[in-house]
Design a binder for this molecule. Sequence first.
Ligand code: 2BA
Length: 109
Amino acid sequence: MKLVLAIINDDDAINVMELLREGGFQVTKLATTGGFLRSGNTTLICGVEDDKVPTVIDIIETNSRSRKQITSTQAGSSMSIESYIPTPIEILVGGGTIFVLDVEQFKKV
Ligand code: 2BA
């Protein structure tokens, strides 16, 4: 058995969860926060048999859009006045970030 952890955009979460459910997968949704942008994202936890992992990844991959997002640079270490003026930069936020972990034991009690 594997545990799929997928960090996706909040806007894609409902759709991805619905498609996983329709595919017969159980899924748990966690409200999480990205360390870089410090804005909300969604982490899905999905325990699946090994041979189903590609199907789960495919559902997540197909339904998680990447987006361009504007953020601002953090203050630099120099003491110049420019280092305190935030500069907008454009970054590409995934898609999805997916981890697949081995499950040592799975038990429902
Ligand atoms: P955040 O940490 O808020 O990162 C959002 C996006 O900012 C990232 O998109 C990436 O494009 C950019 N980014 C992150 N760190 C950066 C840096 N030091 N310099 C420049 N740009 C940077 P994604 O790579 O698609 O990641 C989306 C979210 O997935 C992340 O949100 C984080 O919550 C999670 N994530 C990504 N890689 C991870 C990892 N190795 N471990 C744990 N969580 C991860």
